[in-house]
Design a protein around this ligand. Sequence first.
Ligand code: SAH
Ligand code: SF4
Length: 407
Amino acid sequence: MGRPADAGVRDSREAASLGEAERARILAKSALFAPPAARTADGRRDLVGLSREELAAALAEIGEKPFRAKQLWHWIYHQGATDFATMTSIARPLQARLAEHFIVGRPEIATEQTSRDETRKWLFRFRDGQEAETVYIPDRREDRGAVCISSQVGCTLSCRFCHTGTQALVRNLGPAEIVGQFMAARDRYSEWPSPKGETPRLLSTIVLMGMGEPLYNYDNVARAMRIVMDNEGIALSRRRITLSTSGVVPMMDRCGEELGVNLAISLHAVTDDLRDELVPLNRKYPIRELIAACRRYPAASNARRITFEYIMLDGINDSEAEARALVRLIAGLPAKVNLIPFNPWPGSSYKPSTPRNLEKFANIVMEAGFSSPIRTPRGRDILAACGQLRTEGRRQRGIPVGAEPVA
Ligand code: SAH
Ligand code: SF4
């Protein structure tokens, strides 16, 4: 209808600059919840979490040559050393100088529980006393497993089925705290030095699926993932990292371009009405926009499919009609569907779907050509519902768990 020929181009440019403005707004808000400086009470700086360039700059500040950064990087991320005195390629006087100015930190283990099925869950405590959860889920058949990492203490979003969503966001985790969860888990399985190439690893994948919304803490998550992916250190390929988001559309584009990790989308509903209720962020980024962002996600291919997470809630989102609608929604996408049995927590208002409904739902999705594994509940005996361990620990110590002051 009389639109000038370049209207489409202009529209997409406008959309792109709107996306830029939205990203800037998200990053500015995220900065309000910045983690404290990664330093000990006596002023020593934690070297974990620094990029290679920052490490070289930190060494330059104490008058050391930048090539030392490469050496230290190897000790920290390949060998897993935490004590400068064990870094044998570094002369003793320099070891002592490094120890005066720096540390190689780890979060403190507040609690560690191992389930009967070998799932292990930690509550890690950081320098300011804040805590977050990490879970290791070993593969039963092979020597490998996934480490589920937290990105924030609490969450600003309040998905109705999620226990973390009942906890106000306290703060973002910093790069040292994000990488530190993985490194501390590796310590517990003595998996150092970092296995090279295709050598089997017990801790073989990272899923950013713990507490918090990783795309609302993008900068710190990206810095941490770059460290984890660095070839001369932990050297985990981007194919072995999956970032789960409730659907922060503008940041999905950036994540795909800059990190290229696998993407998991917490979909949970096929209509905006229901998703608005279950995942309130949907009111801002509705299903249509979310799926469009998945379609343009650069790292997705048939070999690297996008995972759609779908939590199965009895009588809420688990009908056969919804299974068929789900299949239509993701048609043509390189995708798989992860059906998650709801893990109830004290005070939650939903019930898990019946095994029969789960199976019917899974079959419809599978017949449409999508892999649709039902995620077997793991670690039920150790409060596996995300966010619960932190609450339980605080309750036992008499600390209020609801809205907390911003640190
Ligand atoms: N904020 C991000 C990542 C952390 S939540 C996101 O929402 O994707 C990761 C997953 O935890 C969500 O997909 C959700 O499916 C799952 N989850 C949250 N509460 C749960 C519960 N009570 N039972 C089972 N899975 C739950
Ligand atoms: Fe936050 Fe994810 Fe829980 Fe939603 S499901 S409240 S986004 S941690």
